[in-house]
Design a protein around this ligand. Structure first.
Ligand code: PLP
Length: 427
């Protein structure tokens, strides 16, 4: 029996629900990335590190809500925080509240930011950073990198066709290309570059870490040009207590945050230098507007604060990410000599399938993978893992959650070994 036949046989209810969804959602879908062929699996519930679909199949959750699900599905401290907020504080108050000040102050301290503002998503955080940089510098161009993803309207070459808001203003360079950074700043020098927007490790692009030299170059060139460096830590802030920037020793002008920091609620934030953030200060003349209905909603503020102060403590950050490093290395050993390899850092990793069998260190930008990607093999891996009870993404990225025991990681390694054995002639 083929994996595809098994997939269809195991998910009759998802198939039926997909037909229903087609009647009100284009393609039955409201998040492009979550569409899969022949149909998406409909998930019913989650508990701890596990998920159950509408057909009653159980999965070990390795998607981790694209890194926002860091706490797993039922962390008792977060559940209690949500219940207490609903009961004692009330939902969005439509007013300035102390929870906003408390969490902002904590986040500033933890991530080394002078000032911070909340948004509802990482996308919004990046958009507001760009607006701040443009106002502060008086320039309009922004340097970004191929394969970079900063939100659905700020995507530069990974996945589905980009849907960028203002195409004209981008200067595009290659990720991890040190010489390219200098050339890009020269290219944009006539009208000036307001900012460079960069991930310390490309997330959507396939968990491709930046070299320190590359990020240092971005920092020094942006400083020289009077442009602001915006480090997108929406994915990477989980990798160290102070975010990836604290490990790398890079000091950007602005940082964007998102995902798990809302404790499971929608979340975004941006912050950094006080003089730049003051473009949004209502006590200054002609400040930029930054409004958004749920930006200071109490459920997110109280739960996010609880999660960071009582659950994802610096010690847990270190242990959790070192488990991730172990898992990545073990998977890489299993894949040694095959067409698969694993890139990433800490609790975030991506399994790539390439026709040429690239090694992790050869994957330095999205294009190195795209040019030789073995899409059929990647899909076979995805479907085999789904059939074996591991919730993984078609693109191969994995975001661990803290509810996952080491035994679940062992089981995943075993399933990957089995896959390599069964399909050894193909890999
Ligand atoms: N920046 C990065 C690096 C991301 O990975 C994402 C989402 O995956 C975003 C920004 C956008 O965040 P959101 O989906 O909360 O808008």
């Amino acid at each position: 029996q083929t994996e595809a036949a098994k997939f269809i046989e195991r998910h009759p209810e998802s198939s039926r629900l997909h037909q229903e969804a087609l009647k009100s959602l284009p393609g039955g879908n409201t998040r492009s990335l979550l569409h899969t062929s022949p149909f998406p699996i409909f998930m019913k519930k989650g508990n701890g590190y596990e998920l159950w679909d509408e057909d009653g199949n159980k999965y070990c959750d390795l998607v981790g809500e694209l890194s926002a699900g860091l706490y797993g599905h039922s962390n008792p401290i977060l559940q209690e925080a949500m219940e207490a907020t609903i009961k004692n504080v009330g939902l969005s108050l439509g007013a300035t509240n102390i929870h906003e000040q408390k969490y902002a102050s904590f986040l500033c301290e933890r991530f080394g930011l002078e000032r911070l503002r909340f948004t509802n998503s990482g996308t919004e955080a990046n958009l507001h950073c760009l607006a701040a940089a443009r106002r502060f510098t008086g320039c309009s161009k922004v340097l970004v990198f191929r394969g970079g993803y900063h939100g659905s309207v700020l995507a530069f070459g990974a996945g589905v066709a980009p849907n960028n808001v203002d195409q004209a203003d981008w200067v595009l360079a290659q990720y991890n290309d040190v010489a390219g950074v200098e050339a890009a700043f020269r290219e944009g020098s006539d009208s000036g570059i307001a900012a460079v927007l960069v991930e310390g490790m490309q997330g959507s692009g396939g968990y491709i870490p930046a070299s320190l030299e590359f990020l240092q170059k971005v920092r020094s060139e942006s400083e020289k040009a009077g442009s602001l460096m915006i480090l997108d830590e929406v994915m990477t802030s989980r990798l160290a207590p102070g975010g990836l920037k604290s490990v790398l020793g890079i000091q950007p002008d602005l940082v964007t945050l998102g995902k798990y920091l809302g404790g499971g609620m929608p979340f975004g934030a941006f912050g950094g230098r006080q003089d730049v953030m003051d473009v949004y200060n209502p006590l200054t003349p002609r400040p930029l507007a930054h409004s958004g209905t749920f930006q200071n909603n109490t459920l997110m503020l109280c739960t996010g604060y609880k999660g960071l102060t009582e659950v994802y403590t610096p010690q847990v950050v270190a242990e959790f990410n070192s488990h991730g490093d172990d898992l990545r290395q073990r998977l890489q050993q299993v894949f040694a000599g095959s067409k698969f390899c694993v890139t990433g850092r800490g609790s975030l990793m991506c399994i790539h399938a390439t026709k040429t069998g690239l090694l992790p260190e050869q994957i330095i930008c999205r294009d190195t993978v795209s040019q030789v990607e073995d899409v059929d093999l990647k899909n076979l891996f995805w479907m085999t893992m789904i059939n074996a009870g591991f919730w993984v993404q078609t693109r191969g990225s994995i975001a661990l959650n803290i509810a996952m025991p080491v035994a679940a990681m062992d089981a995943f390694v075993k399933a990957v070994e089995e896959f390599c054995l069964v399909y050894k002639t193909l890999i």
